[in-house]
Design a protein around this ligand. Structure first.
Ligand code: ADP
Ligand code: ADP
Ligand code: ZN
Length: 219
């Protein structure tokens, strides 16, 4: 059975995009391209791009499209992206989605489609406020639902676990509003061209992963 290898994971903050993209990319043998992670790397290494992005991220606002798109174009030029990619947290605006279609078309490998991970808003807030990440390897945990074996230590690398600066309740509320206003229109964008799959994001990480593989199987 072959699988689609150029896919966008779409959904609100906390839907499980990062968790699923990580597993799916490993399974497909293609890179996991997370614009949030790329931005956080720029912020922590204090590049000019990172300093610009940080002011938006702290408020829970989107980084401007031009900044985001040039960063993604650089990432797609890397050799490992030739066979495909699992996009997580990108695109987030209709302008970004249009630009992604253009970039992939120029390479002769169009996007297969987007998977919308559906999770009710009350659950999203609990997922985000309990989220922790490894400062060394970026692995994602949840205090209640995917805790590390040893408190505050990453299972994979032993690194310290942190809470993201934008996962406090006020910024989470703002990010959910930004999602509804700017990113939710992508559901119609992909649906119109017959490239949207809906997946129930509730249940265990394994259950959601199985549903995702189900929709991405291309006989
Ligand atoms: P996103 O990238 O969409 O913002 P994450 O993958 O970071 O979402 O997940 C948000 C939080 O929810 C993390 O703490 C993660 O461990 C947890 N999580 C992810 N998937 C599930 C699931 N199926 N059930 C319970 N918690 C989950
Ligand atoms: P989550 O999946 O929990 O919403 P991300 O890690 O994807 O968080 O993104 C964190 C922040 O980085 C966003 O709130 C936004 O400020 C910025 N960001 C990430 N991806 C994009 C994008 N494609 N366009 C604009 N801003 C982005
Ligand atoms: Zn780690």
């Amino acid at each position: 059975m072959s699988m689609r290898t150029r896919v966008v994971l779409l959904g609100p903050p906390g839907a499980g995009k990062g968790t699923q993209a990580d597993r799916l990319a490993a399974r497909l043998g293609v890179p996991h391209v997370s614009t949030g992670e790329l931005f956080r790397h720029h912020v922590s290494t204090q590049t000019p791009l990172g300093r610009e992005a940080d002011t938006y991220m702290r408020r829970g606002d989107l980084v401007p499209d031009a900044v985001t798109l040039s960063m993604v174009a650089d990432r797609l030029a890397d050799a490992d992206a030739a066979r495909g990619a699992v996009f997580d947290g990108f695109p987030r605006t209709v302008a970004q989605a249009t630009a992604l279609d253009q970039q992939l078309a120029e390479r002769g490998h169009p996007l297969d489609g987007a998977v919308l991970l559906e999770v009710p808003e009350d659950v999203l807030v609990l997922r985000l406020t309990g989220r922790r990440f490894c400062a060394e390897c970026q692995a994602t945990y949840h205090l209640e639902w995917s805790p590390p074996a040893i408190a505050d230590r990453c299972d994979r690398c032993g690194g310290p676990l942190r809470r993201r600066a934008d996962d406090d309740e006020a910024t989470v509320t703002r990010r959910l509003a930004v999602y509804r206003a700017e990113t939710f229109p992508l559901v119609a964008f992909y649906e119109k061209s017959g490239r949207l799959w809906r997946v129930d994001g509730l249940g265990s990480v394994d259950q959601v992963a199985a549903r995702l593989e189900g929709v991405l199987a291309s006989d």
